[in-house]
Design a protein around this ligand. Structure first.
Ligand code: AMP
Ligand code: GLY
Length: 434
């Protein structure tokens, strides 16, 4: 049973079906692609955990996998496990790694795990004003909990200075009892996803997500407009030694969780900033990334259901392999996405047997050939190539198959954009040396 109905879950669903398993899906809107793959589809509130547990029992489900983070913030996994149903996703308590940014920072600090940064939890207006009186420089202002990638604002990017930072932090304080202020990091971001059974950590290829709404990496943060991964499972601007350090951080987190009797099983996804001091932790997530899951799952070479059972059973072996290919994902979104989305419909002319690129369906309803968009991301074209720019070109060449009013970031995966990232890393490290 798969919970969730976005592009990430479409990619997961395809792997489950490819492995020969029977898929029962639970989602809030009828995603036509997941629907087509499922033996049974249940359209229901994904947060209604007691109904999902009842359904899983009634349907004799062997294993449950959760896609979206809000579901991990309910007691669903605990209830399923208590009922004796296997789950390859973390409990509500283990998912705090993602659902409480303060929990994650404190775990790193208390266990001396490298990659942490300076942070302060602020719980009053006085403390907020004092913080900005005492501290100069730039900071990231964050609500503690889940915000769909849209709640974090960074000085110099979304906040022009101290005053705007204070105003935004106050806005959060009005809604919630506290706000997290973090040191701002400078560098290039990358994502490292890994499978874990609570002990063993099996890494997937690195990927980079393009969060900004508009070309050239400007505009508001979104859930992610697209993403890239490279044939060598690194990125053109991230060295093997940095990937290794990032993996060590994830392993230390998993080990710290186990030692505190809060074993984490499932997919862990670290968002890192590559800095001249090596990778540092921006965020830890308790699930597959969206869109980066589509990069890695498209080149996953193995039996995906086997991996899920090994996670749940605590015997994850070294069985996940990935083809040595580059991938590019570009999300097709309604015009105005991120600011004032204008959802319309899209006509799709896609041969379901086409292997490259693949089309994953996200927040849409309708049929495989004609979908209605919502205000969120609609379709993800995912191409495989020998290089990132080649995969990007393959996406571009297939855009004509989607007709209607939409927006897509053409720059993702282009040589120019990659070159800019390489330059950025070079500049930061030479500034650091001098
Ligand atoms: P998050 O929702 O925590 O993933 O943050 C969204 C985005 O905000 C990240 O992908 C970064 O681009 C940026 N961000 C978050 N924390 C920091 C930080 N401490 N320094 C610089 N940028 C940050
Ligand atoms: N890639 C952004 C996220 O999944 O949170």
């Amino acid at each position: 049973m798969l919970i969730g109905g976005g592009g990430r879950e479409d990619a997961i669903a395809r792997k489950i079906v490819e492995a020969g398993s029977t898929l029962i899906s639970v989602m809030k809107h009828k995603n036509p692609s997941i629907y087509r793959l499922s033996a049974e589809t249940h359209i229901m509130d994904e947060l209604d955990y007691s109904s999902i547990v009842a359904l899983a029992k009634k349907s004799n489900i062997d294993l449950v996998f959760v896609g979206p983070d809000p579901v991990l913030n309910t007691p669903l996994v605990n209830f399923l496990e208590n009922t004796g149903i296997k789950v390859a996703s973390p409990s509500q308590s283990a998912a705090q790694l993602e659902t409480s940014k303060y929990f994650m920072r404190e775990l790193l600090k208390n266990n001396n795990i490298p990659g942490n940064l300076n942070y302060q939890l602020i719980d009053s207006d006085d403390a907020l004003l004092k913080f900005f009186e005492d501290n100069d420089g730039e900071f990231a202002v964050k609500p503690l909990g889940l915000t769909g990638g849209k709640g974090v604002k960074v000085m110099g990017e979304h906040l022009s200075g101290k005053n705007e930072a204070i105003t935004y932090a106050r806005e959060i304080l009005k809604r919630e009892s506290s706000v997290l202020i973090e040191e701002k990091l400078y560098g290039e971001e990358f994502s490292l996803q890994a499978f874990t059974d609570g002990k063993y950590v099996l890494p997937m290829p690195l990927a980079q997500d393009y969060k900004r709404a508009f070309e050239g990496d400007v505009g508001p943060n979104t859930g992610g407009m697209g993403s890239i991964s490279d044939f060598d499972h690194l990125l053109p601007f991230i060295k093997g030694s940095s990937r290794d350090s990032a993996l060590e951080i994830l392993k230390s987190i998993i080990s710290a969780m186990r030692k505190s009797n809060n074993t984490f099983r499932g997919v862990i996804y670290g968002q890192f900033m590559e800095t001249p001091d090596g990778p540092r932790v921006i965020e830890i997530n308790a699930r597959f990334a969206d869109p980066e899951s589509m990069n890695v799952l498209t080149i996953f070479d193995g039996d995906f259901t086997d991996v899920l059972f090994s996670i749940a059973d605590g015997n994850l072996r070294n069985q996940a392999k990935f083809f040595k290919k580059s991938t590019v994902v570009k999300y097709i979104v309604p015009k105005g996405y991120g600011v004032s989305p204008q959802p319309g419909s899209l006509d799709i002319e896609w041969d379901p047997n086409l292997e490259n690129p693949l089309l994953y369906y996200s927040s849409v309803s309708g049929t495989m050939d004609k979908v209605e968009m919502t205000s969120s991301r609609a379709l993800a074209i995912t191409a495989i190539g020998d290089s990132i720019p080649e995969a990007s070109e393959i996406v571009e060449k297939n855009l004509h198959r989607i007709r209607g009013e939409y927006y897509v970031r053409h720059d993702i995966g282009t040589k120019d954009l990659i070159q800019r990232k390489i330059e950025n890393i070079r500049k930061l490290s030479s500034a650091h040396k001098s």
